[in-house]
Write a protein that binds this ligand. Structure first.
Ligand code: ADP
Length: 251
């Protein structure tokens, strides 16, 4: 009887494993499809867009004298919209290319963060941001992607500062249950709990572009990078007091 029970259990386990594998395969093919779609959308649609941009430019140049102020302003707006759309598409194109990943390398996060701080030099000094970096680990990761991750999170921490308050940002890492958890804490405007998942979606923004510039791709990009490293990313925040972005790297 015991043997029979063993067999039944084996079959059940095998069925569950098969079902899981099947679901995984579907998910994987769906995500490939999505990526393909994002790639085509961003790559192929850029071309006609650039044609529009070029012709508007040509038109404005050639008919400069004949245009009244209002029509010139209309053309200017068309160009601005086309430039913006081009930016969004380039963002989407980068995003869709992200999963074509290379080899894991030894990455010293201290060096990466120092490099990012150097690259953001003018943003940092213009905003009088004070950035504290604790000792960070060396781990196996995708170096360019990790740099982009820190860069996006640090840029946001500075960008979403409170008016009249100098940004104070702390970057730290802690090993919790064998997993490195990174933290980027700011004293900015904060995020309401209801928005804390939404912001990681593609093109999701909480503000008008006139208030804070941006395209809403940054955090979706961060999420994808973290997931490539088998980790997760989340935010804890008190609106009006600041946000802490966390991510894990499991390689
Ligand atoms: P973008 O910065 O281009 O708007 P992101 O995807 O980087 O796009 O961020 C999405 C939204 O999340 C932002 O528009 C903003 O509303 C919110 N957000 C991101 N980082 C922070 C932060 N450090 N503090 C407050 N809000 C933030």
């Amino acid at each position: 009887r015991n043997m029979l029970r063993g067999t039944v259990q084996d079959i059940t386990e095998r069925k569950i494993a098969e079902e899981t594998a099947r679901k995984f395969a579907i998910l994987e093919s769906k995500s490939k499809e999505m990526e393909q779609f994002a790639y085509i959308a961003s790559h192929d649609l850029r071309e006609p867009l650039l044609t529009i941009k070029n012709y508007v430019e040509l038109f404005s140049d050639e008919y400069k004298e004949k245009l009244d102020e209002e029509s010139a302003e209309y053309l200017h707006r068309i160009t601005r919209a086309a430039v913006r759309m081009d930016e969004l598409m380039r963002g989407l194109l980068d995003y869709s290319r992200l999963s074509k990943i290379k080899e894991l390398q030894k990455v010293d996060c201290n060096d990466v963060v120092n490099q990012v701080i150097a690259d953001l030099n003018s943003l940092i000094s213009n905003s009088h941001a004070k950035i504290t970096v604790d000792h960070l680990p060396v781990l196996m990761a995708y170096p360019l992607e990790i740099k982009q991750l820190f860069q996006n999170l640090l840029t946001n921490a500075i960008k979403f500062r409170k008016q009249g308050v100098e940004p104070e940002i702390r970057i730290s890492a802690q090993k919790l249950k064998g997993v490195w958890t990174f933290k980027i804490a700011d004293n900015g405007i904060g995020i309401r709990p209801v928005d804390s998942e939404k912001i990681f979606g593609l093109f999701q923004r909480l503000h008008n572009r006139n208030e804070y510039p941006g395209s809403g791709i940054g955090l979706a990009y961060c999420k994808k990078i973290v997931e490539l490293h088998h980790g997760s990313i989340w935010v804890e925040s008190t609106p009006g007091a600041g946000s802490s972005f966390y991510f894990t790297i499991i390689t």
